[in-house]
Design a protein around this ligand. Structure first.
Ligand code: PEP
Ligand code: MG
Length: 877
């Protein structure tokens, strides 16, 4: 049998969402429930996919099927499409599986032309309504199908209102609207070069094609990427008989929620406009009335509406967002869906639904989008001001939250300005580890280069600071402290606002409001912990981050990047001395200065985690990242080292690498300079012995993690150094401390030879930032520059540094897990790349049987919830 591409509303149901899209499935479900739905049909998402497969054409079979359903609809309604006696007018609306604001939404009153409008004007005795419908149709069709900007028509409407001396559209009479319709058609002809189509069939197919096309428009593509929606899903199209809210004062249209989408409070919430059609409510042409006022205006329709709301909410067992029309006091339902809501409302609604006996705890957990939790933990822009604001550019939303401040260009300035009480946004081409203190002092960070795992992004997420990265539209002139963006030159001290969740950049001041953690947050997190199997640890390098992560529920530290401890105060000097040493002895003198500082840091981290696991990763970045670049710093270092400036410069240039990410870094540093690992081992073990003495009740077992291993012998070489020093320290202290030595899996070769490595490695932790970089061969700092072309061409649909590539990188992880377990069945397996805080990646980690995920502190609640959702979705192991 030929595939069916079109379904009447009466043929579908809510379970057919994948095929009918959300809107279509719910229109069908409402029809089945016997609610007053103007009838229609849905053209499936598969028809959309076919449209693209056929080279952006609706093939003749599908066209014929659509026309067959037009005939069926004519039978149901007793009206005829394009007829001058009793014409059928329809709306055409998009409807994907997940609601997508980036797509074409609605065309109303389709089927009208010069003759039909005359007929309905006469027959209804309401020419104003008829011409109002026609001018709206021309306007919407031109805008959404032919992409003639709305603004051209709005100018004409304003001109007409001025000429007539009226303020509102409703005050225009039938003749005015007829005149407007003619003006609109002339405008259309001028812009498109053709007459406005009068054949309803042509109108219909053009509208359907426009919906299909809108699936691939840039806004939709960005929205899909941000919301993990695959391109392959396609959108459905709904063709529905019109119900008219613009036939007079006994008509109207509205949108309503069964609970407040901002707070979650139970009760009808929404807006209503008399004598209007759908888009008027959202377009703000007139101020709508509160939904409660509808009760006075249309008591009967209101009573029926309240009844429908109750029915729908208890049917879907979730807050509903509905569109409806009242035609001559009769109610018609045009749409229902689970309403979008703020994170705060999501938590409240989930808890309330459990308390009302409508949902189980597990279902409540599954209802919350973990990514939304971010907004509960960071400052946000004042929603009212934001609504009026237009971004000047958009880049990567690298670390959530909102920031507003004066532009500064250096970390020193950020620190100095912040110290005198100024709010600043640090704007850099890219950040380096040296900028850490300035980044801490700033409200937010904006960079011209770098992707989701660039230094700025990783560090900002760790600190919970807002960061927008990779703004390639910015032309930076750091030297002269200025940059150009969207045609405007910005200088030090100018105000800028950035949104680290959306990546939007705004000119000037948008005030921020502090995050507020509602009471339900703890309750939901408690449920999540009850159901998840994955442990959630944190990536934290400072006691402050560790404490924050603990507050947010971290069960240990999964990654402490020890190099981040080297940048503060006198530490950087000691590490520079170490780098510029000529002999092992000189190096050891410099390292001896660092030892007590590292030991002190580790003690604080152990204390923050109260005996829970702490994984300390040994020095990882190439040494050139630590050396000075400023002349004055080079001179100071030369003096401290008793060397000439030239000698220091020669050492620095000797560190230059063409490809530092694949260069002398990670465990390779230990192979060359074992004394670094020795110092770090002493610090880890001595700190643990001290803390254990103070807290004998804690089960403190430090875990030493060796980065960038690619070969078992390489791991063993470093491990032997670590074990020798650790055992010596433990023996000298007369302690019985236990410790573990394991490795990161971040090089494909390590994954492929994991059985060899697991013979001596007690744990694996997937460093998926590097593993992604090395598997794709994409530089993690530069890929942002060209990935956009990959998204445009659909070669890749998302940033593999933000969301785990399960097909490639994931396969390596699975291989490593399997090989690792084959020699060490109880091996601990974790992940500490940025993916550890991404919900779909967490789900994957659950499925391949990892022990824990580790992520930056502010993502800990997201990972807890995502881990619970995965456990609930896939049941017990
Ligand atoms: C990784 O590579 O995934 C990782 C966690 O290490 P880093 O980001 O420090 O290279
Ligand atoms: Mg790494």
């Amino acid at each position: 049998m030929a595939k069916k591409y079109v379904y009447l509303f009466s043929e579908g149901n809510a379970g057919m969402r994948n095929l009918l899209g959300g809107k279509g499935a719910n229109l069908a479900e409402m029809t089945n429930l016997g609610l007053p739905v103007p009838q229609g049909f849905t053209i499936t998402t598969e028809a959309c996919t076919k449209y693209y497969e056929d080279g952006r054409q609706i093939n003749p079979e599908i066209q014929a099927e659509i026309m067959e359903y037009i005939e069926k609809l004519e039978k149901i309604t007793g009206k005829k499409f394009g007829d001058t006696e009793n014409p059928l007018l329809v709306s055409v609306r998009s409807g994907a599986r997940a609601s997508m604001p980036g797509m074409m939404d609605t065309i109303l009153n389709l089927g009208l032309n010069e003759q039909v409008v005359e007929v309905i004007a006469k027959k209804s005795g309401n020419p104003r309504w008829a011409w109002d419908c026609y001018r709206r149709f021309i306007q919407m069709f031109s805008d959404v199908v032919m992409e003639v900007g709305k603004k051209y028509f709005e100018v004409l409407i304003d001109r007409m209102k001025d000429a007539k001396g009226v303020k509102q559209d409703v005050e225009l009479n039938a003749d005015d609207l007829r005149e407007l319709a003619n003006q609109f058609k002339a405008e259309y002809k001028e812009k498109i070069g053709e007459d406005f189509p009068s054949d309803p069939k042509v109108q219909l197919f053009e509208a359907i094609k426009a919906v299909f096309r809108s699936w691939d428009n840039p806004r939709a593509n960005v929205y899909r990427r941000d919301n993990d929606i695959p391109y392959s899903w396609g959108t459905a199209v709904n063709v529905q008989m019109m119900a008219f809210g613009n036939m007079g004062d006994d008509c109207g249209t509205g949108v309503a929620f069964t609970r407040d989408p901002a707070t979650g409070e139970k009760g009808l919430f929404g807006e209503f406009l008399t004598n209007a059609q759908g888009e008027d409510v959202v377009a703000g042409v007139r101020t709508p009335m509160h939904i409660a006022e509808m009760e006075q205006k249309f008591p009967k329709a209101f009573e029926q509406f309240v009844d429908v709301c109750n029915k729908l909410e208890s049917h879907y067992r979730d807050m509903q967002d509905m569109e409806f029309t009242v035609e001559h006091e009769k109610l018609y339902m045009l749409q229902t869906r689970n309403g979008k809501r703020t994170a705060k409302a999501a938590l409240k609604i989930a808890c309330d639904l459990v308390d009302e006996g409508m949902r189980t705890e597990q279902e409540a957990i599954a209802m919350i989008d973990p990514r939304n939790l971010d907004t509960l933990l960071h400052p946000q822009f004042d929603a009212k001001v934001l609504k009026e604001a237009t971004p000047v550019a958009r880049a990567l939303g690298a670390s959530p939250g909102a920031a507003c401040g004066k532009i500064v260009f250096t970390a020193e300035d950020a620190k100095a300005w912040a110290a005198r009480g100024e709010k600043v946004v640090l704007v850099r081409l890219e950040t380096s580890p040296e900028d850490i203190e300035g980044m801490k002092a700033a409200q937010g960070i904006l960079t011209g280069r770098g992707g989701m795992t660039s230094h700025a992004a990783v560090v900002a997420r760790g600190m919970g600071s807002c960061c927008v990265s990779g703004c390639s539209a910015m032309v930076m002139d750091e030297e002269n402290k200025r940059f150009t963006l969207n045609g405007k030159e910005y200088h030090e001290g100018d105000w800028i606002s950035i949104d680290g969740s959306t990546g939007c950049i705004y000119d000037g001041i948008i005030p921020t409001v502090d995050a507020e953690i509602a009471g339900e947050f703890g309750r939901i997190m408690g449920w999540a912990d009850k159901y998840r199997r994955l442990q959630v640890r944190t990536n934290a390098d400072t006691p402050r981050d560790a404490k924050k992560a603990r507050e947010l529920g971290a069960q240990g530290i999964g990654l402490c990047r020890t190099e981040h401890m080297f940048f503060e105060g006198e530490r950087i000097e000691a590490i520079r001395e170490m780098i510029c040493s000529d002999t092992v002895e000189e190096r050891e003198v410099a390292l001896a200065k660092l030892l007590p500082m590292q030991q002190g840091d580790f003690e604080k981290l152990y204390e923050a985690m109260e005996g829970d696991p702490v994984v300390i990763r040994f020095l990882d970045p190439p040494l050139h990242e630590f050396v000075p670049t400023e002349e004055a710093d080079i001179e100071a270092l030369a003096k401290a080292q008793n060397k000439s400036v030239e000698q220091i410069k020669a050492i620095i240039s000797g560190l230059h690498e063409f490809n530092p990410m694949m260069g002398h870094r990670g465990c390779r540093l230990t192979v060359t300079y074992p004394e670094i690992a020795k110092m770090q081992t002493r610090a880890v073990i001595r700190a643990a012995i001290n803390v254990k003495k103070a807290h004998p009740e804690w089960k403190l077992v430090p875990e030493i993690m060796i980065p960038l291993v690619g070969e078992a012998k390489e791991f063993n070489f470093v491990r032997n150094i670590v074990v020798a020093v650790a055992d010596e320290e433990i023996k000298a202290a007369g302690s019985n401390l236990k410790y573990k030595v394991g490795t990161m899996i971040e090089i494909p070769r390590a994954a492929l030879t994991a059985d060899e490595i697991a013979k001596t490695a007690e744990f694996f932790c997937f460093g998926t930032n590097d593993l992604t970089q090395m598997t794709f061969g994409f530089s993690r700092d530069d890929a942002g520059k060209f990935l956009t072309s990959y998204y445009d061409t659909k070669i890749y649909e998302f940033d593999p540094f933000a969301r785990l590539d399960q097909t490639g990188v994931g396969k390596l992880m699975e291989i490593a897990c399997k090989l690792g377990k084959s020699v060490r069945p109880d091996i601990t397996l974790g992940i500490c790349g940025e993916h550890g805080g991404d919900p779909s990646s967490v789900e994957f980690c659950h499925n391949i049987g990892l022990t824990y995920v580790s992520c930056s502190p502010y993502r800990v609640p997201i990972a807890r919830l995502a881990a619970a959702q995965a456990a609930i979705k896939y049941g017990e192991d």
